[in-house]
Design a protein around this ligand. Sequence first.
Ligand code: NMX
Ligand code: MLT
Length: 441
Amino acid sequence: MGIIKERFRKKADEVSAEIKEIVKTHGSKKIGEVTLAQVYQGMRGITGLVTETSLLDANEGIRFRGYSIPELQASLPKVKGGSQPLPEGLFYLMLLGTLPTEEEVNHVTSTLQRRSHVPNYVFDTIESLPVNAHPMTQFVVGIMALQTESSFAKRYAEGMSKKDYWDATYDDALDLIARLPRIAAYIYRRKYRNGDHIQPNGLLDWSGNFAHMMGYDDESFKELMRLYMTIHADHEGGNVSAHTTHLVGSALSDPFLSFAAGMNGLAGPLHGLANQEVVKWIFEMREQLGVELPSNEQIEQYVRKTLSEGKVVPGYGHAVLRKTDPRFTAQMEFGRQHMPDDALVNTVWRIYEVVPPILSSLGKVKNPWPNVDAHSGALLVHYGMVEYEFYTVLFGVSRALGVLASLCWDRALGMPLERPKSVTTELVKRWLDGKDEIWEG
Ligand code: NMX
Ligand code: MLT
């Protein structure tokens, strides 16, 4: 057994015992009330899940095992001469709960390199799709093709004991994380570079190699990938991609099936697809105005036009956050350091000045501030990655770190099948008339 796997098993045994005790002693404690509005309105604010890897505060933003993004930037190991954290270190942190040393991060990097081989039939399956298929469709099909490699599915079919579920899940999680950059880069080169593929470089870190396979060898692009892969990795458990992966995993669907399901959720425009929508929206604005860097007044008019057409302003708002997303701020900082004069990046910063007061004035938007997707595309365009339909795939590769670390925890803690109660409006009306006890299900 590898040393990280062994440490995970030990840690999981401890946490598992602790949780058993908590549930035994305090299981009947009430932690909240549920209103009818919450049931109809996307279950906002209902605490119904446990996710160990990260926790979101509405005002402060995300903390990974207690560490904010600036704290991760300060304390996670980096490549020599680099200033962004290695996301392999964040994976270690999310999995084990402690910050890794440089040696431990190198160990994760080499474990991923060792597991990174993608069988040819996966590429053949992707090739069977039309090249104009959306990159997220190609990504999910690639993951599904890889599912034949699932150690969990194979061992389950052979009669694996419940106590070994975590072990097979861990193997699948690492295999998936190791292979996703190769699949994603293959899709990028297939769709946008005439199928001129680039072989992996086994000497590079996970994100550096990913950048290399996509055809971006500039060191500052690799730094951007390290930052990107770190900040998109996890956003507690209730977001669509994390929750879907957890939900599907709760049926003991293997990690490939579960993660592919999560990625189908990430492909929605209210979730991960928003990063492509932001750049598409700005490109359309620039085209309509015929300028590279629109003024604040021009942006304001364009925002009002978007709203008057019954559309949302992409990259703004959030179901939980109530302040500027620290992931936006981290990217803004990167932009200030690496490309302060870039016209598109400056447009993003002007949009940040213009949009919040407009959204606030509508009186219904709970969070007028930018989220992670408002900034990411502009940084990518700066390095020549203008193919915005691909951006959600980058988000997906990063999200694997968090949701698969969580799936390991789900299996190690023996999390049961998720099955909340639903009701019909007919029953709600009967309850409102005092005729039924609807909440006893
Ligand atoms: N532009 C215009 N209207 C908005 C926006 C926005 N950016 N955000 C919220 N609203 C509207 C929303 O459509 C709703 O209107 P109505 O009552 O007419 O249906 C009203 O404000 C109340 O919505 P909220 O309670 O503030 O937001 P909710 O929690 O329902 O949704 C989002 C959160 C993220 C889905 C929403 O803010 C949105 O659609 N934002 C734009 C898309 C986006 O950036 N998504 C990415 C989220 C981050 N991620 O990576 O996943
Ligand atoms: C995410 O990163 O998953 C998004 O910000 C959406 C969310 O947290 O609901």
